[in-house]
Design a protein around this ligand. Structure first.
Ligand code: NAP
Length: 259
């Protein structure tokens, strides 16, 4: 199936590590132009170089998206280089464990690192998305539906991303802009590895989690999240909007008696 991403331009935040890296690679594999906006300097520069050496157009913008001015610059630089924006994948974020005990300042910090740039980028990109009839994909989390305990800020941000997905789908359908969310559950990434390593026995913890994932008793791969993302970015999903795609091997919804 041709996803028709050739000559189209997509911004992927946090697009050089973990799930974002897989999404950038999936877009590139379809011949699309990837703009990576991330604070991971080395990874971003080397991925952009790799894409360019493969004959693809690509751009890296390094910085922390908590800075609204950077969000504005990401959009301006993308337009300066490529003249259009066909989609945004809001993906950058982290589960920072800002809990009820952590206090108001930690809570606000968590919203800033996880939520505000999702809004800011789409705000600044809006005229260009209207022109291209673009697609927005918000990477949320199962935590928005299940909670986790000890992570109020992240849970609030991930829930808000689902609210914004429906809200933007409602606001933007007159422009044929589609907005969807993907909710991963357990995906091995640098961030996930770091979290596992906080347990006294990371191997036992990983085995315990995996044993509760119904489909094939394994984690979802980043590539499986990316496959859903490129589907949602492409014309193939032209009548899909306002949806929450839970790509998790049945972890959140299947009968617990199965595991
Ligand atoms: P990851 O391995 O840490 O990759 C995320 C990338 O985004 C990193 O390069 C990170 O830089 C960057 N980033 C984070 N905040 C940023 C900011 N404010 N400005 C610029 N760059 C920023 O994480 P991941 O596991 O792939 O997670 C990606 C998304 O999936 C997140 O939204 C996460 O909540 C969601 N998710 C993941 C899982 C999972 O199982 N992995 C499950 C549910 C949801 P640093 O390395 O400097 O932080």
């Amino acid at each position: 199936m041709n996803l028709n991403l050739n000559d189209k331009v997509f911004i992927v935040t946090g697009g050089s590590k973990g799930i974002g890296e897989a999404i950038s690679r999936a877009i590139a594999a379809e011949g699309g132009t990837v703009v990576i906006a991330s604070r991971s300097k080395g990874e971003t520069e080397s991925m952009v170089k790799e894409f360019q050496q493969a004959g693809l157009k690509s751009l890296g913008i390094v910085g922390d998206l908590q800075d609204t001015e950077l969000c504005k610059q990401v959009i301006e630089d993308t337009i300066d280089h490529f003249g259009r924006i066909d989609g945004i994948v809001n993906n950058a974020g982290l589960n920072d464990g800002a809990s009820l005990e952590s206090g108001p300042e930690a809570f606000r910090k968590s919203l800033n690192v996880n939520l505000h740039h999702y809004y800011d980028l789409v705000h600044y990109a809006l005229p260009h998305l209207k022109e291209s009839k673009g697609s927005i994909v918000n990477i949320s989390s199962k935590v928005a539906l299940t909670g986790q305990g000890g992570t109020s800020g992240y849970a609030a941000a991930k829930g808000a991303q689902l609210g914004l997905t429906r809200e933007w789908a409602a606001e933007l359908y007159p422009f044929s802009i589609r907005v969807n969310a993907i909710l991963p559950a357990e995906v091995m990434t640098p961030l996930y590895r770091k979290w596992l390593d906080t347990f006294p026995d990371p191997t036992a913890k990983e085995a315990d989690i995996v044993s509760k994932i119904p489909l094939e008793k394994r984690m979802t791969t980043s590539a499986e999240i990316a496959a859903m993302a490129v589907f949602l970015l492409s014309d193939v999903s032209a009548h899909t909007t306002g949806q929450f795609m839970i790509v998790d091997g049945g972890y959140v919804h299947l009968d617990r008696a199965l595991t």
